[in-house]
Design a protein around this ligand. Structure first.
Ligand SMILES: [Zn+2]
Length: 96
């Protein structure tokens, strides 16, 4: 399966679940931002977007917090998978 097909398939699945296509697109990009893989232009765009979009801002700040928690746990060499899963579930409940 090539990337273009995979991306369109994923976006179809994603849009089905989330009624706002604009925000579902930016939620995917926010993941890049959190992972530090977004370009400077993307970062600038989504930072501005988050000033006006509460769901995206909440998603970003909560994901960032989770990432920090996971990072700390990895440093301590103890990753409670169940706890991470619980936090993630809470985030997705809030976003949707
Ligand atoms: Zn948004």
């Amino acid at each position: 399966m090539n990337n273009a097909i995979f991306t369109s398939l994923m976006s179809k699945l994603f849009n089905k679940k989330k009624p706002q296509p604009t925000c579902s697109e930016c939620l995917q990009s926010l993941q890049l931002l959190i992972d530090g893989e977004a370009t400077m232009a993307e970062e600038k765009y989504y930072m501005k977007h988050m000033d006006e979009c509460i769901p995206c801002y909440e998603f970003y700040s909560l994901e960032k917090t989770v990432k920090e928690v996971i990072q700390k746990k990895i440093e301590k060499r103890e990753v409670p998978a169940a706890l991470v899963q619980t936090i993630k579930e809470k985030i997705y409940l809030r976003v949707e």
